[in-house]
Each structure stands twice: as C-alpha cells, then as structure tokens.
Design a binder for this molecule. Structure first.
Ligand code: PSU
Ligand code: MN
Length: 305
C-alpha cells in the first residue's frame, strides 16, 4: 500500500523523529466550505497546529497519489478546483487506479493517516446516521472506519443534520469510545449542548492520550472519538439552528438529494439561511479542534517514546 503513498518532507521528518503529527482532511476544503474561506481556514489550521508544537498533515489524493502533507499550492488547488471527487473508503481504488484527484472524508483520511503512521486527526464534523436512516439507510462510512481503524478523531460533536441518538448507538455497537473534552454532554457542532451524554468526560489532553494509548495497547482496534465543544462566543442559538437544519433537511428530501451529496448540500444550505453565521462558527470550531488535537498528539507521542 505504501507504494501509493507520498509523505511531504515535513511529515516524513516528523514521523521519523517521533514528533507529534496531526492529520487533517480535505473534503472539508473541497466540499465543506466555499472558496476562498476553505483555503484560508485550511492554511490557518496548519499554522495553529505548528504553534502548538505538532506537525500538520493535510491529507488528500492528487493524480492518484495518496498524500499525507499537502503543500500550500496543493491546498489551494483542492479549494479552488470545481468537481474534485468526494472520496470515502469505497472510492479510493477507483481514484487511485485512474490517477484522479480526490478530497478525502473522515473515513478515507483515517485510512491514509493510518498508512502513514499518524494517530491523531482533527476535523470539524464527522458523518453519522442521518435523520430518516431507518428508511434511507444513509449511514456514513465514517462510523465503520471509526470502528476499525486506529486513529483518534477530534471533532465538535454531531450536528443535528444527523440523528444524534442513533449515531451514538451505532458508535456504542462498534466499540468506539465517545469522549467529551471538559463536558458530560455531547456537543452538537454549532452549539455546546445536544441533550445527549458522552461516554466519558475527560479533563485534559494527557488523560485523553492515556485512554487512546491504553485502547491500542489492549489490541482493541479502531478509533476514539474526542468531542470538543465550540467556544462559547461562537456557539449559535439552539432554537434557530434547529429550525434552519430542519428546513434544510426538508428541502434536501424534496429535491431528492441522496448519497454523498447530502452532507455538502445541507452544509451549504445552512450557510445560506444563516447568511454566513454558520460558516464563521464552523471555522472557529475547526481551529479549536486543531488546538486540542495537537495537544493530544504531543501527549500521545510522549507515551509512545
Ligand atoms: N461535516 C461537516 N463538514 C464536512 C463534513 C462533515 O461539518 O465537511 C464532511 C467530512 O469529510 C465527513 C463527510 O467525513 O462530510 C461525511 O460525508 P458522508 O455523510 O457522505 O459520509
Ligand atoms: Mn451518506
């Protein structure tokens, strides 16, 4: 598999010298945010990770090569080029065999991070069990990946475009610990609260790293989900965002939006209805997650040394 993988010099050096590395995904760049905020955010996230003493590895597929550590130019290319495929686990072989470009989701970013030997990954939101999944069977491949691939993912909880309760049930079935950073309650992406509990409230990056280390030392394969509440000053009004999301879901259904188009459609609709407020919150929560992920990666590296 490694023959398909390219590490940037910075990432290669960091991994060889046991420095903390944090993986970042590219679907958030190509499909999760509009240009140019997507590129600005992706570059700022990398800077934040470096400031926190870790090395960022933005992951994507370019010309059929799996890349861990995109250059600024490659990030810009992923952000401005229209029609880059959204690539999850099932799409990787087609994209690689045909030398195409692909923006990686949480699932495929975990796969490539794992190949590269990167253990911690920061993102905004993961995919999950969608509302209405009992008839559509729309359950993100991200959940299966968390079940089997040894990468810890820092996110801002589950947003209510998903069925949050069913998403948590699925993660429980698959043996994925859901941790809350300094919270008992699962955050809901745009808001601090969701009405659902996390499995464990963790009070420090060190305690999170200890849990991750122990899980894998026990050969309990698969990921760990670390949920980090959006900073209070950027959190949105709960009632407002709930109404916006419900309206967006109704519109997606009436337009017959399905499959991998669903999440990008809902995100852009929510941004449109909130006149960009949701985008501001989304950007800030990603920065917040990058800070925590870098701290966790630094602590985990100490344990591994
Ligand atoms: N949630 C967001 N922004 C995103 C995504 C989710 O707030 O960009 C992206 C991530 O890449 C995630 C993917 O892995 O959507 C999930 O898509 P799907 O539901 O089709 O599996
Ligand atoms: Mn889906």
């Amino acid at each position: 598999m490694i023959k398909y993988l390219d590490l940037s010099d910075e990432v290669k050096y960091a991994l060889q010298n046991k420095k903390a590395v944090v993986a970042l995904e590219s679907t958030i760049i190509s499909h999760g945010m509009p240009y140019p905020q997507n590129v600005e955010t992706a570059i700022k996230v990398e800077e934040i990770i470096r400031e926190m003493g870790a090395v960022p590895a933005t992951i994507g597929i370019i010309g059929g090569r799996l890349k861990a550590g995109l250059t600024k130019e490659e990030i810009d290319y992923m952000g401005r080029t229209k029609g880059i495929a959204k690539v999850s686990r099932r799409d990787i072989p087609y994209i690689v065999a045909n030398n195409k470009d692909g923006a990686t989701t949480v699932a495929s970013t975990m796969i490539i991070a794992n190949l590269a030997g990167i253990k911690v990954f920061a993102t905004g939101g993961i995919g999950g069990v969608h509302r209405g999944a009992e008839t559509t069977m729309d359950i993100s491949a991200d959940l299966e990946e968390l079940a089997m691939t040894d990468v810890a993912v820092v996110c801002a909880g589950a947003k209510s475009i998903l069925d949050i309760g069913l998403t948590l049930e699925y993660l429980e079935t698959k043996g994925v610990p859901v941790l809350g950073y300094k919270t008992d309650e699962l955050p809901a992406f745009y808001t601090i609260k969701s009405g659902f509990k996390v499995d464990y409230n963790m009070d420090s990056p060190k305690s999170i790293a200890d849990l991750i280390y122990t899980k894998w030392a026990l050969s309990l394969n698969g990921g760990v989900l670390i949920t980090n509440p959006i900073p209070e000053e950027y959190s949105m009004d709960e009632k407002l965002i709930e109404k916006v999301i419900s309206d967006a879901v109704v519109e997606a259904n009436s337009l017959g939006i399905k499959g991998k188009e669903t999440t990008p459609f809902l995100l852009s609709k929510i941004k449109e209805i909130t006149k960009g407020d949701s985008l501001t919150s989304n950007i800030q929560l990603v920065y917040n997650n990058a800070r925590l992920a870098a701290q966790v990666a630094v602590e985990l590296e100490k344990l591994d040394a």
